[in-house]
Design a protein around this ligand. Structure first.
Ligand code: FUB
Length: 334
């Protein structure tokens, strides 16, 4: 049986959960009503602010800490505050969030707070060299912090490719933005690898990339080769997440148009990762997005579906389920 939505007073999606100060904090998108028709570019996900939620226990009530950041607070944003994430370092809290800049290109911003529930103060501009959507932060046991990101179609990852030497005002680290690749298009064909999610190590102050982002490889276990672009059941689409279990790094993600949450494992946070299987089968609604967190000795999957809105794709609700690992480290719903 599907669990109940955790948050019912508003619509919420893309939950990034973390344990800070022995509480679960959830950083979701805040879905809202709109007249914008559903399209493959995701224009109907027209969000303008973020709330933070917390839980003292895994089955306890959820506290809504209210709006912690809005479109009007962020000088570089035009619209669409999509899936955020948060990280803690040295007593400061960092909210990473994607949104369209004034020219309509998705970038990733960061805002800083002294408490996990904000309020968050944004930097003047987006993270230099950032692009696309769905940032997921990961602070490793050695203190090094990473930002995973990327999403195809509405998330524009397919619009960025190596330039031909001519410069454009949107260039980042040798990548050029091609607006004609917006919408539902991606690589295809025999032997053509899928587009990869990106990873960048974060600077000590957590506000910038310490080196340019690079591709995160997801390999097919049967060949050791990158997952093929036409393998829509396994290729990366969006919604990156990283966690570590028993010394192994787990990179998990949405397969987009096939609607699975899948995962791959590796021995370094920078990859390569080898595809392992699915965490969650399709839920009600087009998108699927998640996070995985350990709390008081148990592991939990946070995700969303559209049950509360009776299937309206852009009105989603956050849910939570326990997961377990078998002896081989494979993930199962409890
Ligand atoms: O919430 C807007 C977008 O939908 C997210 O950025 C994607 O991951 C998908 O859930």
């Amino acid at each position: 049986m599907s669990p109940k939505p955790l948050i019912t007073q508003l619509y919420s999606a893309d939950p990034s959960a973390h344990v800070f100060n022995n509480k679960i904090y959830i950083y979701p998108s805040h879905d809202r009503e709109t007249d914008i028709e559903f399209n493959d570019n995701g224009d109907q996900y027209d969000m303008v602010d973020y709330h933070v939620f917390s839980m003292d226990s895994a089955d306890g009530p959820v506290t809504d800490h209210g709006v912690v950041l809005s479109v009007e607070d962020v000088p570089w944003v035009s619209k669409q505050m999509w899936a955020p994430d948060a990280a803690e370092k040295n007593g400061k809290y960092y909210l990473y969030f994607p949104a369209r800049d004034k020219s309509g290109i998705f970038r990733i911003g960061v805002a800083v707070a002294n408490a996990p529930e904000g309020p968050f103060v944004p930097e003047e501009s987006y993270i230099p060299g950032s692009y696309s959507i769905d940032p997921a932060s990961f602070v490793d046991e050695d203190g090094k912090a990473y930002l995973y990101f990327g999403g195809i179609w509405g998330g524009q990852l397919q619009c960025w490719s190596k330039g031909n030497g001519e410069s454009s005002p949107h260039d980042v680290n040798g990548l050029v933005f091609d607006a004609s690749k917006s919408g539902p298009q991606e690589p295809s064909g025999d032997g053509v690898p899928a587009l990869s999610p990106r990873v960048a190590q974060l600077s000590d102050d957590m506000l910038s990339f310490s080196a340019p982002p690079h591709d995160l490889q997801i390999l097919a276990p049967e060949s050791g080769e990158p997952i093929a672009a036409d393998d829509h059941e396994r290729r990366f689409f969006e919604a990156a997440w990283m966690h570590r279990y028993n010394g192994t790094y787990y990179f998990s993600y949405s397969t987009g148009d096939t609607h699975y949450l899948a995962y791959a494992t590796g021995s370094s946070p920078l990859g390569p990762f080898t595809y392992q299987g699915r965490i969650l089968e399709p839920v009600l609604g087009w998108t699927t997005h998640h996070s995985i967190v350990e709390f008081q000795g148990k592991w939990f999957l946070f995700y969303h579906d559209c049950e509360l809105s009776d299937g309206v794709d852009h009105l989603r609700s956050v849910k939570m389920r326990e997961i377990v690992y078998d002896e081989e480290g494979r993930i199962h719903l409890a």
